[in-house]
Design a protein around this ligand. Structure first.
Ligand SMILES: Cc1cc2nc3c(=O)[nH]c(=O)nc-3n(C[C@H](O)[C@H](O)[C@H](O)COP(=O)(O)OP(=O)(O)OC[C@H]3O[C@@H](n4cnc5c(N)ncnc54)[C@H](O)[C@@H]3O)c2cc1C
Length: 268
């Protein structure tokens, strides 16, 4: 995906879902696309073992239910919190996602550089201390990464051209350009070779490059992510920047639950 297309896609999502779609750094993005369940489903899951006294919705929550939520969180009664699910879309540098995917109790669907060409952007630290990265160091960093992307682009173009030429030689009759480029045998010959070329040349893409994924996770596992990834002095800044934005989205959507979670966390 090109910078321009990505910017368009992100702006569209922010317009459609302004409270739950946010930019992170220059090219990054996170959106809470969907969630299933709420404080009421957590309460009902917890109560099944002792009573049929269900509540119908969050508006039925009284001080009694709030106390129950607190008790469950405080005493690590985890499974009721597995009844609330979230699906986020995350566009982030590969080095961030490399840490992210260590959170195994979740589901992932990631953008493939085998089927699509790599996103042509990379992470540049915004406010690096001059002791760590001077302006000159940053210039060199950007030049090096730009060269890598240029190499990937040119190598793929050369490879595609060779594949196209040999394809035309084997299958000389069908039309080869525009929308008519739909010949079955030709496609069957060309597509795997182009995929193989992307598969090989993607190897030069640095961990500063961007990727795009869907992340589906339950509340129990999500709080484990927040606990581990919002920990100043321990957590890498870039993943923490994402986690903070996501936590704010959760607070907006589930204020009772998130206030209780914060209360318990502050008592530890
Ligand atoms: C500051 C920081 C530094 C780190 N440094 C490193 C590092 O140098 N090298 C490195 O490899 N990783 C490192 N990690 C990753 C870390 O070890 C965890 O893999 C990661 O944080 C995911 O946590 P988790 O296992 O609790 O999450 P999940 O994988 O989502 O698991 C959630 C919970 O499920 C349970 N669980 C999941 N799988 C198993 C299992 N197989 N067996 C038993 N219980 C399981 C555990 O209770 C676990 O807490 C670091 C993490 C942080 C936050």
């Amino acid at each position: 995906m090109k910078k321009k297309e990505l910017t368009k896609e992100i702006n569209l999502r922010i317009n459609l879902n302004p409270n739950y779609a946010k930019r992170v750094h220059e090219y990054g993005f996170v959106e809470l696309e969907s969630s299933w369940g709420d404080e009421a489903s957590i309460i009902n899951n917890a109560r099944v073992s002792v009573t049929d006294n269900r509540i119908n919705s969050v508006s039925d929550i009284t001080e009694r239910e709030e106390k129950l939520l607190y008790h469950l969180l405080k005493n690590n009664h985890g499974t009721p919190f597995e009844s609330l699910y979230f699906r986020f879309r995350v566009i982030a540098p590969i080095f961030v996602i490399r840490q992210w995917i260590r959170h195994r109790i979740a589901s992932y669907n990631e953008f493939s550089q085998r089927y699509r060409t790599p996103m042509d952007m990379f992470y540049v630290p915004e406010d690096t201390d001059e002791l760590i990265m001077t302006k000159d160091d940053q210039k060199e960093y950007i030049e090096l990464l730009e060269k890598v992307y240029e190499y990937n682009k040119k190598a793929l173009e050369k490879s595609y051209k060779r594949i196209q030429d040999i394809g035309v030689k084997f299958y000389p009759n069908p039309p080869y350009s525009g929308k008519n480029n739909q010949h079955k045998e030709y496609d069957e010959f060309v597509k795997p070779l182009r995929a193989r070329a992307r598969e090989i040349y993607r190897n030069v893409i640095p961990v500063a490059g961007y990727t795009d994924l869907y992340w589906t996770i339950n509340f129990r596992s999500l709080t484990n992510f927040f606990n581990l990834r919002i920990c100043p002095g321990h957590t890498q800044q870039e993943i923490m920047d994402y986690a903070i934005v996501m936590k704010e989205m959760c607070k907006l959507k589930y204020p009772i639950l998130m206030n209780t979670y914060e209360k318990v966390k502050n008592e530890i």
